[in-house]
Ligand binder design. Sequence first.
Ligand code: GLC
Length: 450
Amino acid sequence: MHNPQRVSIHFPHRLPKRKDILMRKLLLVLLVLALTVPAGVALADGHEFDCGTDEAVTIKFFGDPVGNYPEAEDRIISRFNEVCPNITVERNDGAANVTDLIAFYLTAFEAESSDLDVIRVDVIWPGQLAEHLIDLNGIAPQAHIDAQMPALIDNNTIDGRLVALPLRIGFGMLYYRTDLVEKYGYAGPPATWDELEEMAAAIQAGERAEGNDEFWGFVWQGNAYEGLTCDALEWHVSATGENFLQSDGTISALSDAAVEIYEQAAGWVGTISPPGVVGYQEEDSRAVWHAGNAAFMRNWPYAYSRSQASDDIPAFDVAALPAGDSGMGASTLGGWHIGVSKYSEHPEAAAAFAIFLTSVESQKDFAVFTSNPPGAVELYSDPELIEAMPFIRPDLAEVTTARPSNFSKDRYNAVSTLYFNAIHSILTGEEDAAVALELLELDIADLFDM
Ligand code: GLC
């Protein structure tokens, strides 16, 4: 029997513990680096690129079906075909729902299936998937590895094995309609969740009074899946200054500040957010926003280029997510990397494609096309990239927070599932916040035998 007191933390102060807000300064450091690293793009020279094999083979790649990622991936596959014509890449849409995707991978890997050759690996999964992925150290050229953000290479190195090559990073941002913020007399985006709530309600009431019955104040990701872990972690850290599971294993799910913020979020459902938000994933919230029917949206960088492509959004900008009682906002670190299955029948060809896809040249094309920040450091000083992503700014960069995947390793998926189910039960009103959080602490402690 463990003592719940032992795993509960009381907050003597409200400032974030820096070591637990991992990577919070990651992008800020990059911005500084960008000033010192000369601009330039290393081109993958078709003649020098090592295709790994001369045999004619077909490999299967599981890509991202969200936003314009399928087109972005197809562009790179076409170029790879020119460089390595003997290798055919068959692109499959992996699941958009990350929780479904990990279940699919694990089922296939446990059966040692050779159906997956190259897969996209969420930033939270290296520890979860390491045993099923090949070590890319010694296969990827050292210069290729050195071109990536060191924090990502660390994240993807499990017991000395480099199990995935960085492709892109993500972080939660607040999208807001600048035209409406101005129309309703506000000076700028909300700085706190309370301000967001007030502004969202006023804009929603005004737009509805003018005849748009479908208008909502704030859309976000409330489905019971990994995306809710991302949104809820932002609320949690902004309110308490701590991760719900810290890097030393301290569980900080339950506190007065946490109860308060989750209750506040539950209050948005059906008021400033659609009742259906508790079933929303990224693309559901983006659909409402894209149609011009939301004042605020929490989403990832890919939604920036998609919003520019909408005819129904007269004007928008992005801001840091609002602050809670800790005095700071928080933005969950996301992103995707590329791994090669240990059960692939064509590991050389698969590795060659993984290397090509994550080359600086491919990352640049991918980043500019999708407005998704890359993993390669030198691109952050590239003028085309800066133009495509004006949101790479210190105020957004300094609040990046990692999910507790480095601590949880192969139990991350289980931890996250406990977390998003607990938060979902609060949002739907099934469970009282204090009870749900106390049970969550007990369940996490059990999972780690604490
Ligand atoms: C985005 C992020 C990823 C996260 C997912 C949750 O794809 O890049 O890290 O797990 O959203 O839905």
